[in-house]
Write a protein that binds this ligand. Structure first.
Ligand SMILES: [Zn+2]
Length: 456
């Protein structure tokens, strides 16, 4: 995993494939309900075994209610000359997401309260929503608004807001244990690349990596509308949620910013330690953030009634970069190398979860003689290398209490080298696995993006 930074040609190809997939999803006008998210799920379903579920409008989900379904065909503002001065067909951010339908002619003064701009970035179109308050509006660049003459405008939003369904997608891979790892991402933003598409694409490729493998844990991937989707899933799966042992919300992982991992509410769960360990050993200046009750769907998974061990993996933190929720969060803002590095980080975190277990040193009285087993350097006096060092750490701390992750943390060595040492020592009958501590799988290969490319 220390090789994460060394991208070879296959990694670049996997990165380009991730970016291409983001490019296919980018033009779709998604929202928390409606045909945009359905189309998105169907395109994800072309790549992984995805079950699409529909929950009717009005269904109570904890303290919330599944909203009406929103669909949109067209929207524009036309000037007196009959030309579209704001056109949904050019950019789907132009319409306030969840706008109620309107057809009217009005003077600029009456239209203005319905216009949203970003004065400090006058060329960018903001992304705004009004899910839970019926309203209509347009988003446009500040310069576009300044150019509007004081005249009559024809305003049209050809949308529907009616009883229908909330749609989400679920992909499940059974493992040797019913204990689950949850990977969750939101799929409800229209043409925004980092915020929504980066998480969606990486999660899809991660699922491809896991497909067909002999897995220790069962894996559940959720592609859901933000907030209401997580609440709806949890309300419908209270029992299942209890099986989630580890989880990650993936979002904002395609930009050039350094990695941020926001810990679960538990704060020191295995997923928190695994993510921190992988990021520290394989990425540039990562930052580990404490849990806070604002953010993405970890808010719901970590609500006190559930308190699941679910953290959130990001690069730049939402709200902290100017492109956030604007038209500048586009396909140039996310890059193939960043996407594939994020995929590698996710794969490395899952590798830790899959292989983290405890062993017992069967020769605990003084060191076993590694030399006669060809497990030590051949010439005395030379400094020992990292591989031998990892073996010594494994032998010393394999007392049935310390897990591989405990030993990796304590030694400062990457998990992969501790795990390799464990395999070798087990093979040489110097260690035994703690009974019942996560059976050894037959599939020992590490997860890597190259495999995802091969499998897709
Ligand atoms: Zn967002």
């Amino acid at each position: 995993m220390s090789l994460l930074k060394q991208f070879d040609q296959k990694n670049i190809e996997a990165g380009k494939e991730l970016h291409r997939f983001a490019g296919e999803l980018y033009p779709i006008c998604r929202s928390i309900t409606g045909d945009g998210i359905r189309r998105t799920l169907s395109m994800i379903g072309d790549r992984i075994p995805l079950k699409t579920l529909e929950v009717p409008t009005g269904t109570p989900v904890f303290d919330w209610t599944v909203p009406k379904e929103w669909n949109i065909r067209d929207a524009y503002i036309k000037g007196r000359a009959g030309k579209r001065v704001v056109d949904f067909q050019k950019c789907n951010l132009h319409v306030l997401n969840y706008s109620t339908p309107i057809r009217a002619t009005m003077p600029l003064g009456e239209l203005k309260p319905h216009l949203h701009t970003i004065p400090q970035n006058p060329d960018w179109v903001p992304y705004r929503t009004s899910y839970y308050k019926e309203d209509w509006g347009f988003c446009l660049s500040h310069n576009q608004m300044l150019a509007l003459k004081d005249e009559e405008y024809e305003v049209c939003i050809d949308s529907t807001l009616e009883d229908g369904h909330l749609t989400y997608g679920e992909c499940y891979f059974p493992g040797r244990s019913d204990d689950e790892v949850l990977i969750s991402c939101h799929a409800c933003h229209p043409s925004l690349a980092n915020d929504n598409l980066s998480g969606l694409t990486v999660a899809t490729f991660l699922a491809q990596l896991l497909s067909g493998r002999d897995l220790r844990y069962s894996y559940r991937f959720l592609f859901i509308p933000g907030t209401i989707g997580a609440i709806t899933w949890l309300a419908r799966n209270r029992e299942t949620a209890g099986r989630i042992r580890h989880g990650l919300v993936l979002t904002g992982i395609g930009d050039k910013g350094r990695f941020h991992y926001k810990k679960s509410r538990q704060g020191n769960a295995e997923i928190d330690r695994a993510a921190a360990h992988v990021l520290t050993h394989s990425t540039e200046s990562p930052e580990i953030l404490e849990f806070s009750p604002s953010g993405y769907d970890e808010r719901q998974y970590c609500s006190p009634g559930f308190n699941l061990a679910v953290g959130c993996l990001m690069r730049s933190v939402w709200g902290n970069y100017p492109e956030y929720h604007t038209s500048a969060d586009n396909l140039e803002f996310i890059q193939p190398l960043q996407l594939v590095e994020s995929l590698r980080v996710c794969a490395a975190i899952l590798d830790v979860l899959e292989h983290n277990r405890r062993y017992v040193n069967v020769n605990p009285y003084c060191e076993p003689q590694l030399g006669r087993r060809n497990l030590y350097r051949s010439t005395g006096g030379e400094a020992i290398g990292a591989e031998i060092n990892a073996r010594l750490w494994m032998l010393n701390f394999s007392d049935g209490k310390h897990s591989l992750l405990d030993i990796a943390e304590r030694s400062g060595l990457p998990f992969a080298s501790i795990s390799d040492a464990a395999d070798l020592l087990l093979h040489n009958h110097l260690l035994s696995l703690v009974p019942g501590d996560g059976k050894q799988g037959t599939d020992r290969g590490e997860l890597s993006p190259e495999n995802s490319l091969r499998r897709s």
